[in-house]
Design a binder for this molecule. Sequence first.
Ligand code: F6P
Length: 326
Amino acid sequence: MGKEVKRIAVFTSGGDAPGMNAAVRAVVRTGGYHDLHVYGISEGYEGMIHGKIKRLEKRDVANIIHTGGTKLKTARSEAFRTPEGREMAYETLAAHEIDACVAIGGDGTYTGAKVFTETYDIPFIGIPGTIDNDIYGTDYTIGFDTAINTAVEAIDKIRDTADSHNRLFLIEVMGRHAGYIALHTGIGTGAGFVFLPEINADLDEFVKQLQRSTRRKKLFNMVVVAEGNKTGNSMEIASYLKEVHGIDSKVTIIGHLQRGGAPSAFDRVLSSRLGYNAVKALLEGKENVALGVVNGEIAYTPFAEAISNTKSLNKDLIAMAEILSL
Ligand code: F6P
């Protein structure tokens, strides 16, 4: 059991995700309830290095549960990757007598926490915050539900115009390394095909499927492409279709639209639960673990394990997406 926790700091890091504010609110309010002093660090590890830290009271987090983005701001910090950067960050925490930190972010955030806590005796608790849903140790990450709802809403609109003209649309969604957004969005919109970074879908096979559908008079006009698809992004696939097969298509890249907007009810509840349990975990003496929700229950995964494991896409969902698109 570590030292008594009286002062904690919370920050958001990496790509913002809808629900991060709700998680910060939960940390601040739960901390306040337990008479802890809670500090907010702005701009993630970068702000930690540069002393951007201030006390947050319960009322400071009023009116933010429904907001997207992160009020604490975020950054991807190169400096924190260096021992010098981490030492400066430690000095900020030490100057404010911070006993423990709650880090909200993705894989990079957890890696930073792991490396930092190997040198400095300030425990961290991680909260999975990324729209990608690619964090091991949790069924869902903060922001994923909102992001897929945003993508589904956008694609429903595209479908109206695609149907009207019988046009083929390639719609690119986020996910540089993980296909969760693409797969769930594809299923939710009844896409004819989904390109995932985890599967090197053969373009010729895709064209054959497209042609088979056309012969069966099946309207095959919505294709979802994950930005990290290894056999090409949406623009590259469109060029290939035109140049090799003479097939016309339109491309829509939804892009950062998926990162913004008010968090869904699901994300607000998930974020609140994770923020509340992060403080509880620290008070119980838990150290250097990432929180998650697995099968509806709070789960704790050591940072090293969370980082070194990959959360694989559900194979049955992939098979289902294919069958339902036939
Ligand atoms: O990790 C979330 C994410 O939105 C990915 O889906 C995407 O590839 C990446 O961040 C984009 O990052 P940035 O906004 O820094 O370009």
